[in-house]
Design a protein around this ligand. Structure first.
Ligand SMILES: Cc1ncc(COP(=O)(O)O)c(C=O)c1O
Length: 448
């Protein structure tokens, strides 16, 4: 069934606000909500999401850059603050609360992830911390994968216990019995993991983990930063999907942003004037940034296909050369069959691959040649950029982990994470990789 496509022009409010017979506003289905009845694919869902026109009929929406919003009747203000009038009827209070342009991007994010609602934030970290703080109170407990982005790992290991007495048990999420046993009924509020983990590219069995958590009344929060379009965790059973939009979704390595995608009740609770983590902590996205990002989401699918295609091709060729390459699209990856069973068809298996160079010295030498000798890519953290980005995980984005935690997570000292870009021709880029590799050989780095 084709989803309904609602075309919408900016509505101007008149002095006469809409009342029903009793003088009360009749709440309509909320505008936060976007998920179509039949969700097949993220591209289809995005194309079916409401398209917002500009104020003068522009094909692109206008940017609502106002921090505050006027009302025509003094009583409207009270009714907005009481929650009676909200963004579902085009009533906005203040842009730390809902903003129309940020809401438009958030609707795209909800469509992308197939969730009821979403809201965007100033960074991926603020999306993660805000949703966890909304779901857990002081004394609350999280069960989390031990294979997480270093910043999230530090948030759960150090910041939350100190700042608000929220503690975490880290587990191997591939061991479902351990996950089950780590959940303390009544106390554990969240099971948290990454769909494809940073930087080890471990694939989570989202349906099975969600089933285990739900049996014990635990909310499943999945970071899908590594696999937008490729995986749809909420469609596989997760309750909440978080993103660092700074990565693939932005694609430009020029914006820091995040999103929480989930049930409408959760998003609304995060905006609550008394208890909402987004409203009260205020990690607000600028509407100008939201507009920029809204213009990039329509070509996210095309970009992801090329990132994934190149990552797969390079990984296969690197393997043929005898390199220790980790890529879940390769048949010898321990989670290949699982990933194959979970992905949305035709996007591929992710835009990141890893090379285990065993020692930091070898990793650094390779990256140095790849950047400074052959121009294959840049030594930089982050991912999802159109150029290839490479970093040695143990001494950069996972440096927050102790040596023991790194070993447990499978991050060797020579672990090189590569976010494969798509500009230039594939053969041009492969030639640059091979040239750097032969330089490594000449320098005696492949003796044994
Ligand atoms: C998997 C993952 N989640 C979250 C984040 C944090 O996102 P941001 O940098 O947008 O705050 C990162 C950043 O590297 C990440 O890799």
């Amino acid at each position: 069934m084709a989803a309904e496509c609602v075309l919408f022009s900016t509505k101007k409010r008149s002095g006469a606000e809409e009342f029903d017979g009793d003088g009360l506003f009749k709440p309509k289905k909320s505008m936060l909500s976007t998920v179509p009845a039949a969700w097949e694919d993220p591209a289809a869902a995005l194309a079916s999401a409401r398209h917002e026109f500009g104020e003068h009929g522009g094909v692109n929406m206008s940017i609502e850059a106002s921090a505050t919003f006027t009302v025509m009747e003094p009583d409207t203000m009270r009714r907005m603050f009481s929650g009676e009038l909200g963004p579902d009827r085009d009533f906005f209070i203040y842009s730390r609360h809902f903003n129309p342009t940020v809401l438009n991007l958030s609707r795209q994010m909800a469509a992308l992830e197939g969730t009821e609602a979403a809201y965007c934030t100033a960074s991926g970290m603020s999306a993660i911390s805000s949703v966890l703080l909304q779901l857990c109170s002081s004394g609350g407990h999280v069960v989390a994968s031990r294979k997480l982005y270093g910043g999230t790992h530090a948030l759960l290991t150090h910041f939350f216990p100190r700042a608000c007495n929220i503690t975490t048990t880290f587990v191997d999420i591939g061991d479902h019995e351990t996950v089950k046993n780590a959940i303390v009924e009544g106390r554990t509020k969240v099971l948290y993991f990454e769909s494809i983990s940073n930087p080890t590219l471990t694939v989570a069995n989202i349906p099975e983990l969600s089933r285990i958590a739900h049996e014990k009344g635990v909310t499943v929060v999945v970071d899908n930063t590594f696999a937008p379009m490729v995986l749809s965790p909420a469609r596989l059973g997760a309750d909440v999907v978080v993103h660092s939009i700074s990565k693939f979704i932005s694609g430009g390595a020029d914006i820091i942003a995040g999103a929480v995608c989930g049930p409408e009740s959760l998003v609304n609770s995060m905006m609550d004037l008394h208890q909402g983590s987004l409203m009260l902590l205020g990690p607000t996205m600028n509407p100008k940034v939201a507009f920029e990002l809204s213009e990039r989401i329509p070509h996210l699918g095309l970009r992801m296909k090329e990132h994934c295609h190149r990552a797969f091709t390079f990984a296969a060729r690197m393997k043929k050369l005898g390199l220790k390459v980790i890529y879940p699209g390769l048949e010898d990856h321990p989670h290949h069959e699982l990933l194959k069973s979970l992905v949305n068809k035709e996007y591929g298996f992710g835009g990141l691959l890893c090379l285990d160079m065993e020692t930091e010295e070898r990793a650094n030498r390779l990256m140095n040649y790849l950047q400074n000798f052959t121009q294959f890519g840049f030594m930089a953290v982050s991912l999802g950029y159109y150029e290839t980005l490479m970093s040695c995980s143990g001494s950069s984005t996972s440096s927050e982990l102790s040596a023991e935690e790194k070993a447990l997570s499978g991050i060797s000292p020579g672990w090189v994470r590569m976010s494969v870009g798509y500009i230039g021709t594939l053969e041009q880029r492969w030639g640059q990789f091979e040239k750097a590799l032969s330089r490594m050989q000449d320098a005696g780095f492949f003796k044994n």
